[in-house]
Design a protein around this ligand. Structure first.
Ligand code: MN
Length: 398
């Protein structure tokens, strides 16, 4: 039996002393990954303050490792509920995944915030298990491109086709047994990366999805999740969502599609990651951008930031959530390519670039070539929806 532990994790070993806890740690983890309380405890001492100091030292060491994104294993006997929760909290602070592995331990751990709980009640069970270490799905550092990264498409299929042709892609429409699909290839094996928001507002969301889904499946494209993609997924699984901001257009287009195909869409949207880390960590693609300390990590906060960016919790003068321009303070090594907030031109700021040039609002659809770092755009064929900010700007000028 295989148990999966992700690289970006804090593994908390739980059990009394005398269990095979420490032996297990040494078998599956590197020496430098294991922070052992036993190694620090003075067995001759019954002084509680000494024990407390040991736990604090362990905590400081763990914090340094988690901050760096290093897998860390806590090996301490008899961790009480409060201590366990402190570890969970520390892991979450650094967007690391808290795993629990319990030895001969029957109390419930399921409500304590661990993302997985593995239990071993006997030596045989320990012998039968294999701990498998895996990188997170967002970690595609070995994928080096070259890429063409595409901004928010929002159902603008005609413009997407024109842009891909301009980038040198060959598009072939196929129709196997009534199932329309697109085969897209590049003579130099370039790959596409979509910043998300494939759907809503535009004239042909179904064909945009067909093209991107086909390419992702064929392994020549990547796509991260935009807020509109996330909301459509919620709608398709039956959550209550407001049918507005262009979702009404998508649902009207979906009414002409088969339930099987919509099911495929649901599955595709569900699997979209918050962001991707490419090219040895030199490139990050996230819908609304991503702070350095969140890159390559996965947590609820990371997913929310990647989809929506940072907001102040206040509303702006148009009644929309006020956004924090995170890129203004960005000092990371990775180039962060994102969309989400439409701009008249691609917007470079520090080591980030916003390539959402508002095609669906009558702007342009933009691609960033990587590693070349040059942008290429095509004009929108028409204005499919109104963008409040641009409209206001215009009426202020007029
Ligand atoms: Mn968008």
């Amino acid at each position: 039996m295989e148990q999966i532990i992700f690289n970006m994790s804090l593994v908390v070993l739980i059990g009394a002393s005398g269990t095979s806890r420490s032996e297990f740690a040494r078998r599956y983890f590197q020496e430098e990954e294991i922070l052992s309380a036993d190694a620090l405890f003075d067995p001759a001492s019954n002084d509680q303050s000494v024990n407390k100091a040991v736990i604090e030292a362990l905590y400081d060491q763990a914090e340094q490792r988690l901050k760096q994104g290093n897998l860390t294993v806590i090996d301490a006997a008899n961790l009480q509920k409060e201590e366990r929760q402190r570890w969970v909290k520390l892991a979450k602070k650094y967007h690391m995944i808290p795993h629990a592995i319990a030895f001969h331990f029957s109390d419930s751990l399921e409500e304590e915030g661990f993302s997985s709980v593995y239990r071993f009640q006997s030596a045989e069970e320990i012998d039968q298990v294999a701990i498998v270490r895996k990188p997170l799905w967002v970690d595609q550092r070995t994928e080096t491109g070259p890429f063409d990264i595409i901004g928010d498409v929002h159902g603008c299929f005609p413009e997407l086709v024109t842009l891909l042709a301009k980038l040198g892609y060959h598009i072939k429409e196929t129709d196997y047994s009534g199932q329309k699909s697109f085969e897209v290839t590049h003579p130099e094996q370039r790959k596409l990366v979509f910043v998300g928001d494939l759907v809503d507002r535009g004239p042909n969301t179904p064909d945009v999805l067909r093209l991107v889904m086909g390419m992702v499946q064929a392994g020549n494209a990547y796509c991260v999740r935009g807020n509109h993609d996330g909301k459509l997924w919620k709608k398709l699984v039956g959550h209550h969502v407001q049918i507005n901001h262009g979702l009404e257009v998508t649902m009207e287009q979906f009414a002409k599609e088969s339930t099987e195909w919509i099911e495929e869409v649901r599955h595709f949207l569900e699997k979209l990651p918050s962001h991707y880390l490419f090219d040895d960590g030199k490139l990050v693609v996230a819908h609304a951008g991503l702070k350095e300390e969140m890159q390559g990590r996965d947590s609820k906060k990371v997913r929310t930031f990647a989809m929506f960016g940072e907001t102040t919790g206040r509303l702006d003068r148009f009644g929309l959530p006020e956004r924090v321009p995170w890129a203004r303070n960005y000092r990371g090594r990775a180039l962060v390519v994102h969309g989400h907030t439409p701009q008249k031109e691609p917007l470079w700021m520090n080591n980030s670039v916003n390539i959402d040039t508002g095609c669906v609002f009558g702007g342009k659809l933009t691609a960033l070539r990587y590693p070349e770092k040059v942008t290429l755009s095509v004009e929108a064929e028409k204005k499919y929806a109104s963008y409040l900010y641009w409209e206001k700007e215009k009426s202020n000028r007029e």
